[in-house]
Structures are given as C-alpha cells and as structure tokens.
Design a protein around this ligand. Structure first.
Ligand code: FPP
Length: 266
C-alpha cells in the first residue's frame, strides 16, 4: 500500500476560527435551495491512516480537523444545522485503546474549541446516551452545551454513544410512561409526539445525508429523521473531505427533485 504524507491540516488543537475570514459560497450554488440541515457519517478515518502507514487514531485526529472545517463552511455558506456521527452505540466494540483515544480526543477538542464556539455563535449539543460516557467528558459536554445554548448561529450536533434503534426504544418508553400516567391517549399518539421524544427534538429533519468512504449504509444513524433526506455518498475518506467535496455534495443535492412521496406538478 502506498505511503502518503500526512497533510499539514491535521492538528485538532488549532482553533475552530483559525482565521476570521468567511469562505464565500461557490457562486453556482443557489442560496435559496441549500439544505437547512446536513447530517454526516464521517467514515474512513482508519483507512486514511492505514494508507499513510499511521496508527488508526491518527485518522481520527485528522477527522477532527475536517469536522472543524465543515462546521465553519456550513456556517459561512448558510446551512442552519450540522449533525455528525462521532461515536455509535456499536463503537464500544472497538479495541479499548481506540475507544479511550476517542473519549480523550472529544474532551480535548471540546476544551480547546469552546471559546471559538462561543465567539462564533455556534450552538453545540451532544445527542445520545451520554450517561455511559466518562464522567470528565460528561462534565465538558455539560459545560459546552450550557455556554452555547443561547447562541444564534449554526446548530452543531455531535452524536456520541448514539444509536437510532436505542433512541426509538427510549422514545417509546417515554411515551408509554405518559400513557401509564394518564397524560396521553395511546390512540392519539402522533408522529409529532414521537419526534418530540427523540434526542433531536426541536431540530428540523436533515435534508441531506453525506456519507464518506463509499459505504452505502445508514449504520443505525437517524433512522426516523432521515426518512426523506437526499443521500450523497462519496468515495473520499473523511479526513480528505474538503471545501470542494462539500460544494460537490451541495450541487448534487440541488440537482435532486424532492417530492416527499408526491408527484411534481411542473
Ligand atoms: C469512522 O471512521 C470514524 C469514527 C468512528 C470517529 C469519528 C470521530 C471524529 C472525527 C472525532 C470527532 C470529534 C469531536 C469532538 C466531535 P472509521 O474509524 O470507521 O474508519 P474506517 O472505516 O476506515 O476504519
């Protein structure tokens, strides 16, 4: 396998702001037809590292740099929300060393980025079963969520210890509890009621799902919320996903006809 040099932009310690200029949106993109919400499955970090003869975890470090670029670009180009799949309920089965590295990485990145997130108006939330995370990470998450809760900029959601089936079971349990308490008539339960019990409550459903590294699966990610999302799959590995890749995903999205199960009426 060829050994490629690591690019210089892999330092997850550099600031989210990394400079204050706004990156202009490509002129051919129609600002009126941008997705309001993008979801992303950041796949291919391990393969990116392996191709360079580096340990897998270096791929995750490089992946953080890409994620920071994405938050900034989405914010600059007028996308209202970005939801990233950082750690699934299934990822605990990875080698302990990799899991520990990721937990430490999340915490370090939060601590190095929190001031930039606050000053750039980003509202960060972590979605998933957070109680299973290390106590110190839970504390950082709590602090970052509180400090950015009233920010009016892009909504940045980080799915951590997230699994869509678990989320749906939890929602069903919460609704069942309300039925048992006499607060809710089972016959009257609506899609809105169920959506309100999901981790994503209050967020619009993603319009576009991007998955990198060529895999063509949902991997237990936002199964309810992605019901009508357009899907863009690219062979590019997540650490290499750059501005041109995002522009290309948005062009692909703007070329789709969204019918939501109906028909086009010219
Ligand atoms: C998938 O690639 C990637 C992950 C499971 C981890 C993604 C996490 C980050 C980029 C860090 C995000 C950090 C913060 C603070 C939000 P893979 O390991 O499955 O790659 P492979 O398929 O090539 O093995």
């Amino acid at each position: 396998m060829s050994r490629l040099p690591a690019p210089p932009s892999t330092d997850p310690g550099s600031s989210l702001s990394g400079g204050t200029e706004v990156t202009p949106r490509p002129a051919d993109l129609d600002p009126a037809r941008l997705p309001r919400h993008i979801a992303v499955i950041m796949d291919g970090n391990g393969r990116w590292a392996a191709r360079r003869g580096l340990p897998r975890v270096m791929g995750h470090r490089a992946g953080v740099a890409t994620l920071k670029r994405m938050v900034r670009l989405c914010s600059d180009w007028g996308v209202g929300a970005l939801t990233a799949y950082a750690f699934s309920t299934e990822n605990w089965s990875r080698p302990g060393e990799e899991v520990n590295f990721l937990m430490t990485l999340f915490e370090r990145v939060l601590s190095s980025e929190i001031d930039a997130l606050v000053s750039e108006g980003v509202r960060i939330r972590f979605l998933g079963d957070l109680e299973a995370l290390p106590a110190s990470l839970q504390k950082s998450i709590d602090g970052a969520t509180r400090r950015t809760a009233t920010n009016s900029g892009i909504h940045f959601n980080v799915c951590t210890n997230y699994g869509s089936r678990r989320e749906l079971v939890r929602a069903a349990q919460r609704l069942a509890r309300r039925v048992c308490n006499g607060e809710l008539d089972p016959e009257a339960i609506s899609e809105t009621d169920l959506a309100a019990e999901l981790h994503t409550a209050g967020e619009s459903d993603p319009d576009l799902l991007i998955r990198t590294s060529g895999e063509q699966r949902l991997s237990n990610f936002l199964l309810w919320q992605l019901a009508y999302a357009e899907i863009h799959i690219t062979d590019v590995l997540w650490p290499d996903f750059d501005r041109a890749c995002l522009a290309s995903a948005l062009r692909d999205y703007q070329g789709r006809q969204r019918r939501f199960g109906g028909v086009m009426t010219s």
